[in-house]
Design a protein. Structure first.
Length: 624
Protein backbone atom coordinates (compact mmCIF):
# COMPACT_ATOMS: atom_id res chain seq x y z
CA UNK A 1 0.00 0.00 0.00
CA UNK A 2 2.99 2.32 0.54
CA UNK A 3 4.71 4.26 -2.21
CA UNK A 4 8.33 4.64 -3.31
CA UNK A 5 9.94 7.24 -5.56
CA UNK A 6 13.53 7.91 -6.51
CA UNK A 7 15.52 10.23 -8.77
CA UNK A 8 19.08 10.55 -10.04
CA UNK A 9 20.07 13.19 -12.57
CA UNK A 10 20.62 16.92 -13.09
CA UNK A 11 17.36 18.11 -11.46
CA UNK A 12 16.90 18.91 -7.79
CA UNK A 13 15.87 15.49 -6.58
CA UNK A 14 13.51 16.73 -3.88
CA UNK A 15 11.34 18.51 -6.47
CA UNK A 16 10.57 15.22 -8.22
CA UNK A 17 10.34 13.28 -4.96
CA UNK A 18 7.61 15.56 -3.60
CA UNK A 19 5.66 15.58 -6.87
CA UNK A 20 6.01 11.82 -7.17
CA UNK A 21 4.80 11.28 -3.61
CA UNK A 22 1.78 13.50 -4.27
CA UNK A 23 0.88 11.27 -7.20
CA UNK A 24 1.18 8.23 -4.94
CA UNK A 25 -1.19 9.61 -2.31
CA UNK A 26 -3.99 7.47 -3.75
CA UNK A 27 -2.20 4.36 -2.48
CA UNK A 28 -2.96 5.38 1.10
CA UNK A 29 -0.45 6.55 3.72
CA UNK A 30 -0.11 8.18 7.12
CA UNK A 31 3.48 9.47 7.04
CA UNK A 32 6.10 10.35 4.46
CA UNK A 33 9.76 11.18 4.04
CA UNK A 34 12.71 11.78 1.74
CA UNK A 35 16.42 11.01 1.85
CA UNK A 36 19.03 12.74 -0.29
CA UNK A 37 22.79 12.51 -0.60
CA UNK A 38 24.41 15.89 0.04
CA UNK A 39 27.54 17.32 -1.56
CA UNK A 40 29.68 16.14 1.35
CA UNK A 41 28.33 12.55 0.95
CA UNK A 42 26.17 12.62 4.04
CA UNK A 43 22.59 11.43 4.04
CA UNK A 44 19.91 14.00 4.74
CA UNK A 45 16.55 12.58 5.89
CA UNK A 46 13.35 14.61 6.23
CA UNK A 47 10.17 13.02 7.60
CA UNK A 48 6.68 14.04 8.64
CA UNK A 49 3.44 12.53 9.88
CA UNK A 50 0.31 13.28 7.85
CA UNK A 51 -0.05 14.59 4.32
CA UNK A 52 2.61 15.36 1.73
CA UNK A 53 1.86 19.06 2.20
CA UNK A 54 3.35 18.80 5.68
CA UNK A 55 6.46 17.07 4.34
CA UNK A 56 6.81 19.78 1.68
CA UNK A 57 6.87 22.41 4.43
CA UNK A 58 9.60 20.48 6.27
CA UNK A 59 11.65 20.22 3.06
CA UNK A 60 11.19 23.91 2.25
CA UNK A 61 12.41 24.86 5.72
CA UNK A 62 15.70 23.03 5.16
CA UNK A 63 16.14 22.35 1.41
CA UNK A 64 18.78 20.27 -0.33
CA UNK A 65 19.80 20.76 -3.97
CA UNK A 66 21.15 17.23 -4.42
CA UNK A 67 20.44 15.43 -7.67
CA UNK A 68 19.91 12.02 -6.05
CA UNK A 69 17.38 10.85 -3.52
CA UNK A 70 14.53 8.55 -2.55
CA UNK A 71 11.09 9.19 -1.05
CA UNK A 72 8.35 7.17 0.57
CA UNK A 73 4.74 7.28 1.73
CA UNK A 74 4.11 4.85 4.59
CA UNK A 75 0.95 3.05 5.66
CA UNK A 76 1.50 1.89 9.23
CA UNK A 77 1.99 -1.85 9.63
CA UNK A 78 4.79 -2.39 12.15
CA UNK A 79 4.45 0.49 14.59
CA UNK A 80 2.17 3.51 14.74
CA UNK A 81 2.17 6.49 12.39
CA UNK A 82 5.04 8.47 13.93
CA UNK A 83 7.98 10.41 12.56
CA UNK A 84 10.44 7.82 13.90
CA UNK A 85 8.57 5.02 12.11
CA UNK A 86 8.32 6.94 8.84
CA UNK A 87 10.64 6.00 5.97
CA UNK A 88 13.37 6.27 4.76
CA UNK A 89 15.33 4.50 7.49
CA UNK A 90 19.04 4.72 8.18
CA UNK A 91 21.21 1.60 8.24
CA UNK A 92 24.40 1.40 10.27
CA UNK A 93 26.00 4.68 11.26
CA UNK A 94 24.52 6.76 8.47
CA UNK A 95 25.86 4.26 5.94
CA UNK A 96 22.68 3.99 3.89
CA UNK A 97 19.05 5.10 3.67
CA UNK A 98 16.29 2.71 2.66
CA UNK A 99 12.62 2.95 1.66
CA UNK A 100 10.64 -0.27 1.68
CA UNK A 101 7.25 -1.51 0.57
CA UNK A 102 5.96 -4.89 1.72
CA UNK A 103 6.24 -6.94 4.90
CA UNK A 104 9.27 -8.82 6.25
CA UNK A 105 7.86 -11.83 8.09
CA UNK A 106 11.05 -12.79 9.95
CA UNK A 107 11.93 -9.25 11.06
CA UNK A 108 11.62 -10.08 14.78
CA UNK A 109 14.20 -12.85 14.52
CA UNK A 110 16.58 -10.65 12.53
CA UNK A 111 16.06 -7.74 14.92
CA UNK A 112 17.10 -9.89 17.88
CA UNK A 113 20.26 -11.01 16.07
CA UNK A 114 21.19 -7.45 15.13
CA UNK A 115 20.59 -6.17 18.66
CA UNK A 116 23.01 -8.80 19.93
CA UNK A 117 25.58 -7.34 17.54
CA UNK A 118 25.11 -3.90 19.05
CA UNK A 119 22.73 -2.25 16.58
CA UNK A 120 20.33 0.30 18.06
CA UNK A 121 16.81 0.64 16.70
CA UNK A 122 15.01 3.96 16.55
CA UNK A 123 11.74 2.63 15.17
CA UNK A 124 9.35 -0.31 15.46
CA UNK A 125 9.46 -1.08 11.75
CA UNK A 126 10.56 -4.15 9.87
CA UNK A 127 12.27 -1.82 7.38
CA UNK A 128 14.90 -0.58 9.82
CA UNK A 129 15.79 -4.22 10.41
CA UNK A 130 16.53 -4.65 6.69
CA UNK A 131 18.57 -1.43 6.65
CA UNK A 132 20.73 -2.57 9.56
CA UNK A 133 21.04 -6.07 8.09
CA UNK A 134 22.40 -4.64 4.86
CA UNK A 135 24.76 -2.37 6.79
CA UNK A 136 25.97 -5.36 8.81
CA UNK A 137 26.77 -7.28 5.62
CA UNK A 138 28.65 -4.31 4.14
CA UNK A 139 30.56 -3.38 7.29
CA UNK A 140 33.36 -6.00 7.06
CA UNK A 141 33.80 -5.25 3.36
CA UNK A 142 34.23 -1.56 4.08
CA UNK A 143 36.71 -2.32 6.87
CA UNK A 144 38.69 -4.54 4.49
CA UNK A 145 38.63 -1.76 1.91
CA UNK A 146 40.07 0.69 4.40
CA UNK A 147 42.91 -1.68 5.28
CA UNK A 148 43.76 -2.63 1.71
CA UNK A 149 43.28 0.75 0.12
CA UNK A 150 41.18 -0.77 -2.65
CA UNK A 151 37.82 0.78 -3.45
CA UNK A 152 34.57 -1.17 -3.40
CA UNK A 153 32.44 -1.05 -6.55
CA UNK A 154 28.72 -0.93 -7.08
CA UNK A 155 28.87 -4.67 -7.75
CA UNK A 156 29.95 -5.13 -4.13
CA UNK A 157 26.82 -3.27 -3.11
CA UNK A 158 24.71 -5.51 -5.34
CA UNK A 159 26.33 -8.59 -3.83
CA UNK A 160 25.49 -7.33 -0.34
CA UNK A 161 21.88 -6.63 -1.33
CA UNK A 162 21.53 -10.14 -2.78
CA UNK A 163 22.99 -11.61 0.41
CA UNK A 164 20.45 -9.66 2.46
CA UNK A 165 17.59 -10.71 0.15
CA UNK A 166 18.47 -14.36 0.74
CA UNK A 167 17.87 -13.86 4.48
CA UNK A 168 14.49 -12.16 4.14
CA UNK A 169 11.11 -13.88 4.27
CA UNK A 170 8.18 -11.91 2.97
CA UNK A 171 7.69 -9.29 0.29
CA UNK A 172 9.67 -6.19 -0.48
CA UNK A 173 10.34 -3.41 -2.90
CA UNK A 174 13.54 -1.65 -1.80
CA UNK A 175 15.05 1.69 -2.80
CA UNK A 176 18.49 2.32 -1.30
CA UNK A 177 21.08 5.07 -1.43
CA UNK A 178 24.59 4.54 0.01
CA UNK A 179 27.02 7.13 1.30
CA UNK A 180 29.77 5.07 -0.38
CA UNK A 181 28.17 5.28 -3.88
CA UNK A 182 26.80 8.81 -4.17
CA UNK A 183 25.90 8.52 -7.85
CA UNK A 184 23.63 5.47 -7.65
CA UNK A 185 20.23 4.36 -6.43
CA UNK A 186 19.85 0.63 -5.85
CA UNK A 187 16.49 -1.10 -6.22
CA UNK A 188 15.37 -4.65 -5.46
CA UNK A 189 11.99 -6.37 -5.50
CA UNK A 190 10.22 -9.51 -4.47
CA UNK A 191 6.44 -9.40 -4.65
CA UNK A 192 6.18 -5.60 -4.35
CA UNK A 193 6.33 -3.65 -7.62
CA UNK A 194 9.00 -1.23 -8.76
CA UNK A 195 9.33 0.53 -12.11
CA UNK A 196 12.24 2.55 -13.44
CA UNK A 197 11.71 5.53 -15.70
CA UNK A 198 14.34 6.04 -18.38
CA UNK A 199 15.09 9.67 -19.26
CA UNK A 200 17.83 11.56 -21.08
CA UNK A 201 20.69 11.78 -18.61
CA UNK A 202 18.38 10.94 -15.72
CA UNK A 203 16.47 8.01 -14.26
CA UNK A 204 13.39 7.78 -12.09
CA UNK A 205 12.15 5.11 -9.69
CA UNK A 206 8.60 4.50 -8.46
CA UNK A 207 6.19 1.91 -7.11
CA UNK A 208 4.07 2.28 -10.24
CA UNK A 209 4.02 4.38 -13.39
CA UNK A 210 1.81 7.23 -12.09
CA UNK A 211 4.64 9.43 -10.74
CA UNK A 212 6.57 9.10 -14.00
CA UNK A 213 3.88 10.49 -16.31
CA UNK A 214 5.07 13.72 -17.88
CA UNK A 215 8.68 13.07 -16.86
CA UNK A 216 9.42 10.16 -19.20
CA UNK A 217 7.62 7.90 -21.64
CA UNK A 218 9.98 4.93 -21.27
CA UNK A 219 9.89 2.53 -18.35
CA UNK A 220 11.40 -0.74 -17.17
CA UNK A 221 9.42 -3.12 -14.97
CA UNK A 222 11.60 -4.90 -12.42
CA UNK A 223 10.74 -8.59 -11.95
CA UNK A 224 10.91 -10.59 -8.74
CA UNK A 225 14.41 -11.24 -7.38
CA UNK A 226 15.95 -8.57 -9.58
CA UNK A 227 18.37 -5.88 -8.39
CA UNK A 228 19.01 -2.66 -10.31
CA UNK A 229 21.81 -0.11 -10.23
CA UNK A 230 20.30 3.19 -11.34
CA UNK A 231 22.66 6.00 -12.37
CA UNK A 232 21.91 9.19 -14.24
CA UNK A 233 23.17 7.78 -17.54
CA UNK A 234 23.03 4.02 -17.07
CA UNK A 235 20.80 1.24 -15.80
CA UNK A 236 21.98 -2.26 -14.99
CA UNK A 237 19.70 -5.08 -13.86
CA UNK A 238 20.80 -8.41 -12.40
CA UNK A 239 19.02 -11.41 -10.92
CA UNK A 240 19.56 -12.58 -7.36
CA UNK A 241 20.58 -16.05 -8.48
CA UNK A 242 22.38 -15.05 -11.68
CA UNK A 243 24.39 -12.27 -13.20
CA UNK A 244 23.41 -9.29 -15.28
CA UNK A 245 20.18 -9.76 -17.25
CA UNK A 246 18.75 -7.85 -20.19
CA UNK A 247 15.98 -5.41 -19.38
CA UNK A 248 13.16 -4.41 -21.71
CA UNK A 249 12.37 -0.73 -22.07
CA UNK A 250 8.65 -0.32 -22.69
CA UNK A 251 6.54 2.64 -23.73
CA UNK A 252 4.57 4.45 -21.05
CA UNK A 253 1.32 5.21 -22.84
CA UNK A 254 -0.29 7.54 -20.32
CA UNK A 255 -0.94 11.23 -20.95
CA UNK A 256 -0.37 13.75 -18.19
CA UNK A 257 -4.02 14.88 -18.33
CA UNK A 258 -5.03 11.35 -17.32
CA UNK A 259 -3.46 11.81 -13.91
CA UNK A 260 -4.55 15.43 -13.44
CA UNK A 261 -7.83 16.30 -11.71
CA UNK A 262 -8.88 18.71 -14.46
CA UNK A 263 -11.98 20.78 -13.63
CA UNK A 264 -13.35 18.27 -11.13
CA UNK A 265 -13.27 18.68 -7.37
CA UNK A 266 -12.10 15.11 -6.77
CA UNK A 267 -10.49 12.30 -8.73
CA UNK A 268 -13.43 10.06 -7.87
CA UNK A 269 -15.91 12.38 -9.56
CA UNK A 270 -13.61 12.75 -12.57
CA UNK A 271 -13.35 8.98 -12.88
CA UNK A 272 -17.12 8.50 -12.56
CA UNK A 273 -17.56 10.86 -15.52
CA UNK A 274 -14.76 9.14 -17.47
CA UNK A 275 -16.72 5.90 -17.63
CA UNK A 276 -18.24 6.32 -21.11
CA UNK A 277 -14.77 6.71 -22.62
CA UNK A 278 -13.33 3.96 -20.40
CA UNK A 279 -16.03 1.58 -21.66
CA UNK A 280 -15.30 2.53 -25.27
CA UNK A 281 -11.63 1.76 -24.68
CA UNK A 282 -12.45 -1.57 -23.04
CA UNK A 283 -14.57 -2.72 -25.98
CA UNK A 284 -12.39 -1.20 -28.72
CA UNK A 285 -11.31 -3.89 -31.17
CA UNK A 286 -13.04 -6.63 -29.20
CA UNK A 287 -16.35 -6.91 -31.09
CA UNK A 288 -16.56 -9.17 -34.13
CA UNK A 289 -19.93 -8.40 -35.71
CA UNK A 290 -19.37 -10.75 -38.64
CA UNK A 291 -19.11 -13.79 -36.36
CA UNK A 292 -21.29 -12.32 -33.58
CA UNK A 293 -18.62 -12.84 -30.98
CA UNK A 294 -15.93 -11.07 -28.99
CA UNK A 295 -12.22 -10.97 -29.80
CA UNK A 296 -9.40 -11.37 -27.28
CA UNK A 297 -5.77 -11.32 -28.31
CA UNK A 298 -4.14 -12.07 -24.99
CA UNK A 299 -5.82 -15.15 -23.54
CA UNK A 300 -3.10 -17.36 -24.99
CA UNK A 301 -5.54 -20.27 -25.15
CA UNK A 302 -6.94 -21.64 -28.38
CA UNK A 303 -10.70 -22.06 -28.87
CA UNK A 304 -10.10 -25.81 -28.72
CA UNK A 305 -8.41 -25.49 -25.33
CA UNK A 306 -11.18 -23.23 -24.02
CA UNK A 307 -13.86 -25.68 -25.12
CA UNK A 308 -12.27 -28.25 -22.81
CA UNK A 309 -12.78 -26.00 -19.79
CA UNK A 310 -15.58 -27.38 -17.63
CA UNK A 311 -15.30 -24.95 -14.72
CA UNK A 312 -14.10 -21.39 -14.12
CA UNK A 313 -12.94 -19.96 -10.80
CA UNK A 314 -12.78 -16.19 -10.35
CA UNK A 315 -10.57 -15.05 -7.49
CA UNK A 316 -10.65 -11.43 -6.36
CA UNK A 317 -11.07 -9.00 -3.46
CA UNK A 318 -13.40 -6.10 -2.73
CA UNK A 319 -14.95 -4.39 -5.75
CA UNK A 320 -13.34 -6.94 -8.07
CA UNK A 321 -15.11 -9.68 -6.12
CA UNK A 322 -18.43 -7.99 -6.85
CA UNK A 323 -17.75 -7.78 -10.58
CA UNK A 324 -16.69 -11.43 -10.45
CA UNK A 325 -20.02 -12.40 -8.89
CA UNK A 326 -21.82 -10.62 -11.71
CA UNK A 327 -19.57 -12.51 -14.16
CA UNK A 328 -20.55 -15.79 -12.53
CA UNK A 329 -24.24 -15.12 -13.08
CA UNK A 330 -23.78 -14.09 -16.71
CA UNK A 331 -21.28 -16.72 -17.86
CA UNK A 332 -23.31 -19.53 -16.35
CA UNK A 333 -26.39 -18.27 -18.19
CA UNK A 334 -24.82 -17.38 -21.53
CA UNK A 335 -22.01 -19.94 -21.83
CA UNK A 336 -23.40 -22.71 -19.58
CA UNK A 337 -20.06 -23.12 -17.81
CA UNK A 338 -20.10 -23.58 -14.01
CA UNK A 339 -18.42 -20.64 -12.31
CA UNK A 340 -17.28 -20.17 -8.72
CA UNK A 341 -16.20 -16.90 -7.12
CA UNK A 342 -13.57 -17.12 -4.38
CA UNK A 343 -12.22 -14.45 -2.08
CA UNK A 344 -8.52 -14.48 -2.90
CA UNK A 345 -7.61 -14.18 0.78
CA UNK A 346 -9.47 -17.44 1.41
CA UNK A 347 -8.49 -19.33 -1.72
CA UNK A 348 -4.76 -18.91 -1.01
CA UNK A 349 -5.16 -20.96 2.19
CA UNK A 350 -7.80 -23.42 1.06
CA UNK A 351 -7.33 -26.67 -0.81
CA UNK A 352 -10.56 -26.98 -2.83
CA UNK A 353 -10.93 -29.81 -5.35
CA UNK A 354 -10.13 -28.58 -8.84
CA UNK A 355 -9.60 -30.82 -11.82
CA UNK A 356 -7.35 -30.17 -14.79
CA UNK A 357 -10.22 -28.64 -16.76
CA UNK A 358 -10.63 -25.77 -14.27
CA UNK A 359 -9.60 -22.31 -15.50
CA UNK A 360 -8.54 -19.65 -12.97
CA UNK A 361 -9.18 -15.95 -13.53
CA UNK A 362 -7.59 -13.39 -11.16
CA UNK A 363 -9.50 -10.11 -11.32
CA UNK A 364 -7.83 -6.94 -10.04
CA UNK A 365 -7.62 -3.25 -10.88
CA UNK A 366 -4.04 -2.66 -9.77
CA UNK A 367 -2.54 -6.05 -10.59
CA UNK A 368 -0.68 -5.86 -7.29
CA UNK A 369 -3.31 -7.02 -4.75
CA UNK A 370 -1.31 -9.24 -2.41
CA UNK A 371 -3.99 -11.84 -1.70
CA UNK A 372 -5.00 -12.13 -5.36
CA UNK A 373 -1.37 -12.50 -6.42
CA UNK A 374 -0.79 -15.19 -3.78
CA UNK A 375 -3.92 -17.09 -4.86
CA UNK A 376 -2.82 -16.91 -8.50
CA UNK A 377 0.62 -18.27 -7.61
CA UNK A 378 -0.88 -21.12 -5.60
CA UNK A 379 -3.12 -22.12 -8.50
CA UNK A 380 -0.18 -21.92 -10.92
CA UNK A 381 1.85 -24.12 -8.60
CA UNK A 382 -0.91 -26.72 -8.82
CA UNK A 383 -0.72 -26.67 -12.60
CA UNK A 384 -3.88 -24.76 -13.49
CA UNK A 385 -4.19 -22.35 -16.38
CA UNK A 386 -4.23 -18.86 -14.84
CA UNK A 387 -5.55 -15.77 -16.59
CA UNK A 388 -6.01 -12.20 -15.36
CA UNK A 389 -8.41 -9.33 -15.89
CA UNK A 390 -6.37 -6.28 -14.95
CA UNK A 391 -6.10 -2.54 -15.57
CA UNK A 392 -2.36 -1.95 -15.09
CA UNK A 393 0.02 -3.00 -17.83
CA UNK A 394 3.20 -4.60 -16.50
CA UNK A 395 1.79 -5.21 -13.01
CA UNK A 396 2.82 -8.29 -11.06
CA UNK A 397 -0.37 -10.24 -11.77
CA UNK A 398 -0.30 -9.26 -15.44
CA UNK A 399 3.26 -10.59 -15.68
CA UNK A 400 2.64 -13.83 -13.79
CA UNK A 401 -0.63 -14.90 -15.41
CA UNK A 402 -0.32 -17.00 -18.55
CA UNK A 403 -2.68 -14.64 -20.38
CA UNK A 404 -5.51 -12.28 -19.79
CA UNK A 405 -7.55 -9.19 -20.58
CA UNK A 406 -6.42 -5.60 -20.04
CA UNK A 407 -9.24 -3.22 -19.15
CA UNK A 408 -7.70 -0.12 -20.79
CA UNK A 409 -9.83 1.99 -18.45
CA UNK A 410 -7.00 4.46 -17.88
CA UNK A 411 -5.39 5.41 -14.57
CA UNK A 412 -7.73 5.23 -11.59
CA UNK A 413 -6.47 7.38 -8.74
CA UNK A 414 -9.44 7.67 -6.40
CA UNK A 415 -9.24 4.90 -3.82
CA UNK A 416 -12.86 3.84 -4.35
CA UNK A 417 -12.98 2.06 -7.71
CA UNK A 418 -15.51 3.35 -10.23
CA UNK A 419 -14.46 3.14 -13.87
CA UNK A 420 -12.37 0.03 -13.30
CA UNK A 421 -15.45 -1.71 -11.85
CA UNK A 422 -17.63 -0.89 -14.86
CA UNK A 423 -14.84 -1.91 -17.24
CA UNK A 424 -14.43 -5.19 -15.34
CA UNK A 425 -18.15 -5.86 -15.75
CA UNK A 426 -17.94 -5.06 -19.47
CA UNK A 427 -14.90 -7.34 -19.90
CA UNK A 428 -16.86 -10.15 -18.25
CA UNK A 429 -19.81 -9.50 -20.58
CA UNK A 430 -17.46 -9.77 -23.55
CA UNK A 431 -15.94 -12.93 -22.07
CA UNK A 432 -19.42 -14.44 -21.62
CA UNK A 433 -20.21 -13.64 -25.26
CA UNK A 434 -16.91 -15.16 -26.42
CA UNK A 435 -17.33 -18.37 -24.41
CA UNK A 436 -21.02 -18.59 -25.25
CA UNK A 437 -20.43 -18.42 -28.98
CA UNK A 438 -17.93 -21.27 -28.66
CA UNK A 439 -20.68 -23.38 -27.15
CA UNK A 440 -24.44 -22.92 -27.31
CA UNK A 441 -25.12 -19.22 -27.90
CA UNK A 442 -26.86 -18.60 -31.22
CA UNK A 443 -25.64 -16.20 -33.88
CA UNK A 444 -28.73 -14.01 -33.53
CA UNK A 445 -28.36 -13.76 -29.74
CA UNK A 446 -24.70 -12.89 -30.20
CA UNK A 447 -25.59 -10.09 -32.65
CA UNK A 448 -28.22 -8.79 -30.24
CA UNK A 449 -25.64 -8.67 -27.45
CA UNK A 450 -23.16 -6.81 -29.64
CA UNK A 451 -25.73 -4.19 -30.63
CA UNK A 452 -26.65 -3.64 -26.98
CA UNK A 453 -22.99 -3.43 -25.93
CA UNK A 454 -22.23 -0.83 -28.62
CA UNK A 455 -24.91 1.45 -27.16
CA UNK A 456 -23.64 1.10 -23.59
CA UNK A 457 -21.36 4.21 -23.46
CA UNK A 458 -24.24 6.44 -24.60
CA UNK A 459 -26.53 4.87 -21.99
CA UNK A 460 -23.93 5.60 -19.31
CA UNK A 461 -23.67 9.20 -20.53
CA UNK A 462 -27.43 9.50 -20.03
CA UNK A 463 -27.16 7.98 -16.55
CA UNK A 464 -24.53 10.57 -15.65
CA UNK A 465 -27.14 13.28 -16.19
CA UNK A 466 -28.72 12.13 -12.92
CA UNK A 467 -25.86 13.82 -11.06
CA UNK A 468 -27.83 16.87 -9.90
CA UNK A 469 -30.87 14.82 -8.91
CA UNK A 470 -28.65 12.44 -6.95
CA UNK A 471 -26.97 15.34 -5.19
CA UNK A 472 -30.34 16.60 -3.95
CA UNK A 473 -31.23 13.14 -2.67
CA UNK A 474 -27.83 12.99 -0.93
CA UNK A 475 -28.66 16.23 0.88
CA UNK A 476 -31.80 14.58 2.22
CA UNK A 477 -30.07 11.42 3.46
CA UNK A 478 -26.57 12.63 4.44
CA UNK A 479 -27.18 12.37 8.20
CA UNK A 480 -28.40 8.78 8.25
CA UNK A 481 -25.88 6.31 9.69
CA UNK A 482 -27.19 2.98 8.36
CA UNK A 483 -28.24 1.97 4.84
CA UNK A 484 -29.46 -1.24 3.21
CA UNK A 485 -28.84 -1.93 -0.49
CA UNK A 486 -31.10 -4.48 -2.16
CA UNK A 487 -31.25 -6.07 -5.60
CA UNK A 488 -31.84 -9.40 -7.26
CA UNK A 489 -30.28 -11.49 -10.01
CA UNK A 490 -27.60 -9.42 -11.82
CA UNK A 491 -28.31 -6.53 -9.47
CA UNK A 492 -27.51 -8.38 -6.26
CA UNK A 493 -23.78 -7.79 -6.95
CA UNK A 494 -24.76 -4.20 -7.83
CA UNK A 495 -26.30 -3.81 -4.37
CA UNK A 496 -23.12 -5.18 -2.77
CA UNK A 497 -20.99 -2.73 -4.74
CA UNK A 498 -23.27 0.22 -3.92
CA UNK A 499 -23.06 -0.56 -0.21
CA UNK A 500 -19.28 -0.90 -0.37
CA UNK A 501 -18.90 2.49 -2.07
CA UNK A 502 -20.92 4.20 0.65
CA UNK A 503 -18.92 2.48 3.39
CA UNK A 504 -15.57 3.24 1.80
CA UNK A 505 -15.85 6.97 1.37
CA UNK A 506 -18.56 8.21 3.77
CA UNK A 507 -17.87 5.82 6.71
CA UNK A 508 -21.61 5.05 6.89
CA UNK A 509 -22.55 1.50 7.81
CA UNK A 510 -24.17 -0.10 4.73
CA UNK A 511 -24.99 -3.67 3.79
CA UNK A 512 -26.00 -5.25 0.49
CA UNK A 513 -28.39 -8.19 0.23
CA UNK A 514 -30.47 -10.08 -2.30
CA UNK A 515 -33.84 -8.37 -1.86
CA UNK A 516 -35.65 -11.60 -0.95
CA UNK A 517 -33.20 -12.23 1.89
CA UNK A 518 -34.69 -9.31 3.82
CA UNK A 519 -37.25 -11.62 5.37
CA UNK A 520 -34.48 -13.89 6.65
CA UNK A 521 -33.12 -11.52 9.25
CA UNK A 522 -32.13 -8.06 7.95
CA UNK A 523 -35.73 -6.79 7.97
CA UNK A 524 -35.31 -6.53 11.75
CA UNK A 525 -33.09 -3.52 11.09
CA UNK A 526 -35.73 -1.60 9.14
CA UNK A 527 -37.06 1.57 10.75
CA UNK A 528 -37.54 5.22 9.85
CA UNK A 529 -33.81 5.88 10.40
CA UNK A 530 -32.57 3.15 8.03
CA UNK A 531 -32.99 3.97 4.32
CA UNK A 532 -33.08 1.14 1.80
CA UNK A 533 -31.68 1.59 -1.71
CA UNK A 534 -33.45 -0.70 -4.18
CA UNK A 535 -31.77 -1.45 -7.51
CA UNK A 536 -34.76 -2.47 -9.60
CA UNK A 537 -34.79 -1.58 -13.30
CA UNK A 538 -37.38 -3.47 -15.29
CA UNK A 539 -36.84 -7.21 -15.74
CA UNK A 540 -38.43 -10.60 -15.28
CA UNK A 541 -38.01 -10.35 -11.51
CA UNK A 542 -39.35 -6.81 -11.16
CA UNK A 543 -42.61 -7.82 -9.47
CA UNK A 544 -40.75 -9.86 -6.87
CA UNK A 545 -38.51 -6.91 -5.98
CA UNK A 546 -41.54 -4.61 -5.83
CA UNK A 547 -43.05 -6.91 -3.21
CA UNK A 548 -39.85 -6.68 -1.18
CA UNK A 549 -39.93 -2.89 -1.47
CA UNK A 550 -43.51 -2.71 -0.23
CA UNK A 551 -42.53 -4.82 2.80
CA UNK A 552 -39.94 -2.17 3.69
CA UNK A 553 -42.44 0.66 3.24
CA UNK A 554 -44.98 -1.16 5.39
CA UNK A 555 -42.48 -1.00 8.25
CA UNK A 556 -41.76 2.70 7.89
CA UNK A 557 -38.40 2.40 6.11
CA UNK A 558 -37.41 5.21 3.70
CA UNK A 559 -36.79 3.91 0.16
CA UNK A 560 -34.55 5.21 -2.63
CA UNK A 561 -35.15 3.35 -5.91
CA UNK A 562 -32.95 3.06 -8.98
CA UNK A 563 -35.52 2.48 -11.70
CA UNK A 564 -35.85 2.42 -15.49
CA UNK A 565 -37.11 5.48 -17.34
CA UNK A 566 -40.88 5.43 -17.73
CA UNK A 567 -41.55 3.44 -14.57
CA UNK A 568 -44.38 5.50 -13.07
CA UNK A 569 -45.46 2.79 -10.66
CA UNK A 570 -42.30 2.98 -8.60
CA UNK A 571 -42.81 6.69 -7.94
CA UNK A 572 -46.05 5.89 -6.14
CA UNK A 573 -44.26 3.69 -3.60
CA UNK A 574 -40.64 4.82 -3.18
CA UNK A 575 -39.75 8.04 -1.35
CA UNK A 576 -37.17 8.99 -3.97
CA UNK A 577 -36.52 7.63 -7.46
CA UNK A 578 -33.45 7.92 -9.67
CA UNK A 579 -34.26 7.06 -13.27
CA UNK A 580 -31.73 5.42 -15.59
CA UNK A 581 -32.04 4.41 -19.25
CA UNK A 582 -33.59 1.06 -20.13
CA UNK A 583 -30.94 -1.49 -21.08
CA UNK A 584 -30.66 -5.26 -21.32
CA UNK A 585 -30.66 -6.97 -17.93
CA UNK A 586 -26.97 -7.90 -18.13
CA UNK A 587 -26.03 -4.23 -18.73
CA UNK A 588 -28.02 -2.95 -15.76
CA UNK A 589 -25.19 -3.40 -13.22
CA UNK A 590 -23.04 -0.93 -15.19
CA UNK A 591 -25.74 1.66 -15.84
CA UNK A 592 -27.32 1.34 -12.37
CA UNK A 593 -23.87 1.58 -10.83
CA UNK A 594 -23.57 5.22 -11.96
CA UNK A 595 -26.17 6.76 -9.60
CA UNK A 596 -24.95 4.51 -6.79
CA UNK A 597 -21.42 5.86 -7.22
CA UNK A 598 -22.74 9.43 -7.38
CA UNK A 599 -24.89 8.91 -4.27
CA UNK A 600 -21.94 7.70 -2.22
CA UNK A 601 -19.77 10.53 -3.58
CA UNK A 602 -22.20 13.33 -2.76
CA UNK A 603 -23.04 11.97 0.70
CA UNK A 604 -19.33 11.73 1.50
CA UNK A 605 -18.67 15.29 0.31
CA UNK A 606 -21.61 16.62 2.33
CA UNK A 607 -20.30 14.83 5.43
CA UNK A 608 -16.86 16.40 4.96
CA UNK A 609 -15.02 13.15 4.19
CA UNK A 610 -11.77 12.88 2.25
CA UNK A 611 -13.33 11.31 -0.84
CA UNK A 612 -10.17 10.37 -2.75
CA UNK A 613 -8.20 9.20 0.27
CA UNK A 614 -10.62 7.58 2.75
CA UNK A 615 -9.29 6.76 6.18
CA UNK A 616 -7.63 3.36 6.66
CA UNK A 617 -7.90 2.48 2.95
CA UNK A 618 -5.41 2.20 0.12
CA UNK A 619 -5.80 1.85 -3.62
CA UNK A 620 -3.37 -1.01 -3.97
CA UNK A 621 -3.45 -3.49 -1.08
CA UNK A 622 0.04 -4.95 -1.24
CA UNK A 623 0.16 -6.59 2.20
CA UNK A 624 -2.04 -9.37 3.56
Amino acid sequence: MCGIVGYVGPRVAQDFLLEGLRRLEYRGYDSAGTATLTSDNSIKVTKSVGRIATLAQEVAADPCDSGIGIGHTRWATHGAATKSNAHPHIGGENLLAMAHNGVIENFAELRTQLKQKGYTFNSETDTEVVAHLLADILKPKLEAQEKSGTKLTTQDAVAAIKEAMAQLRGTFGLAIIFREWPDSIFAARLGSPLVIGVGDGEHFLASDAQPLVGFTDRIVYLADNQVAIVNADTLQVSHRDAGVVAHDVKALNVESNQVDMGDFDHYMLKEIFEQPEALRNTMRGRLNEHDATAVFGGLNLTPQELRKVNRIVFTACGTSWHSSLFGEYLIEEVAQIPVEVEYASELRYRNPPMDEATLIFAITQSGETADTLAALREMKRKGHQTLAICNVVGSSIAQEATGGIYLHAGPEIGVASTKAYSSQCLSLILLALYLGRQRHLSYSRGRDMIEAIKQLPEKVETALKTNEAVRKIAEKYQKYDNFLYLGRHYNFPTALEGALKLKEISYIHAEGYPAAEMKHGPIALVDEKTPSVFVMPHGFIYEKVMSNLEEIKARGGPVIAIAAEGDERIAEVADDVIYIPKVAAYLQPIVAGIPLQLLSYHIAVLRGCDVDKPRNLAKSVTVE
